[in-house]
Design a protein around this ligand. Structure first.
Ligand code: SF4
Length: 379
């Protein structure tokens, strides 16, 4: 028996909720530990989702909190807001994620060898959060490539290639093995100045190897990692190695819709009209209702759909000190009728433009998610 922990963070968003359900159903033999880092500032739908998930999974979702908050009866965000003297978090100074998500998570895991399952989907082109702690290894079950980028860097590092090819000998032969040799014969620059080129080549080579056989690739990586300190190396077997599923956005909605858990209501697109033009908006992120990552149209959604929360968000701003949620305007300015009209029109035009370009980012724009944001908070 290994002592590796299998942990899964529930953000309150659709992807992590679907991941918990998917893994629970597909791998009942794995003892998953579910956790949630509460900021105290989530939408009600998030707390409802957590309750429904607990009941469906038949297991508690542990609420993580830093020690200094024990017994204080204060929302974590408000506690740290005071500590940071009203300085609002931003994408440049993201103290909220550091204090309310990463710190409690790392305290929870301690030094235990841990696999952390992350809900980045197969139709997303981005990397997830990689812990600085060596004992925490991220796994991405919805993607064709379940391994994190740091693992791939090792696989394609010139000093490891002989070892990898030895591992491949066990799983492939003939033309397929020749092809693997061909993939590894392409030079990949590992010097600092050519990082983008290196990443692109690693991505391309990984795709080539996965196309040759996902389970074969996974078994080779697993075997190779046995010679490292990665947490997965402590397992005798890892059932996800043979998983060839790739789950995309529609699959995620289906998983939630077909179970009593359901999709959080804030994903529902609400139509609006401005100057005779029709558009629609939704909130699609989990996380704090005042999150600075949200787009202007999402702020308008919050103002119109949850005016009480919008007012609360306004109270955190200190315009004299320039502590505002968005860098270029205060929430007071954002809700002036002419400004709302402009934001809605901009949103409609952008959505139409992406529609006519048949852009793959259209769904993100319609949903208001965009491609940026916080991997720790929104998955
Ligand atoms: S949701 Fe946004 S504001 Fe809340 S902790 Fe995450 S990044 Fe910070």
């Amino acid at each position: 028996m290994s002592n590796v922990r299998h942990v899964l963070g529930i953000s309150g968003g659709k992807d992590s909720a679907a991941l918990a359900i998917y893994l629970h159903e597909k791998y009942p033999q794995i003892d998953f530990e579910y956790y949630f880092c509460d900021t105290g500032k989530e939408l009600d739908e998030t707390y409802q989702l957590i309750e429904k998930l607990e009941s469906y999974l038949g297991k508690s979702i542990l609420k993580l909190e830093n020690e200094e908050l024990h017994g204080l009866n204060e929302d974590p965000f408000d506690y740290y807001y005071k500590i940071f003297r009203g300085y609002l978090p931003s994408s440049q100074a993201r103290w909220c994620t550091a204090m309310m998500k990463l710190k409690p998570f790392e305290n929870f895991v301690q030094n235990d060898p841990t696999l952390s399952y992350v809900g980045i989907r197969g139709d997303e082109d981005r990397e997830g959060y990689i812990s600085r702690q060596e004992n925490i290894q991220s796994i991405f079950p919805f993607r064709k490539n379940i391994w994190s980028v740091d693992v791939l860097n090792l696989i394609f590092n010139p000093s490891n290639i002989d070892h990898i090819l030895d591992c491949y000998n066990e799983y492939l032969s003939g033309d397929k093995l020749d092809y693997v040799h061909h993939v590894f014969s392409k030079p990949i620059p590992f010097d600092r100045n050519r990082r983008a080129e290196k990443n692109a080549l690693i991505k391309e080579s990984t795709e080539s190897l996965l196309n040759l056989g996902v389970p074969e690739f996974n078994h080779v990586v697993f075997k190779f990692l046995k010679s490292t300190n990665y947490s997965v190396a402590l397992l005798d077997d890892f059932p996800l190695l043979d998983n060839e599923d790739v789950l995309i956005r529609d699959d995620i909605f289906k998983i939630l819709e077909e179970r009593p858990v359901g999709v959080p209501k804030y994903y529902e697109k609400i139509p609006f009209e401005v100057d005779g033009q029709k558009g629609e908006y939704a909130r699609s992120r989990s996380g704090c209702y005042f999150c600075f990552f949200q787009q202007k149209i999402e702020w308008v959604w919050l103002y119109e759909q949850h005016p009480n929360l919008f007012r609360k968000a306004m109270h955190y701003e200190n315009v004299d000190e320039h502590f505002t949620w968005t860098s270029d305007e205060s929430l007071e300015e954002l809700i002036q009728p002419e400004r709302i009209r402009q934001i809605k029109l901009d949103h409609i035009h952008r959505s139409n433009r992406e529609k006519s370009n048949n852009s793959p980012f259209l769904i993100d724009i319609l949903e208001g998610t965009e491609r940026d944001g916080c991997n720790t908070c929104f998955l």
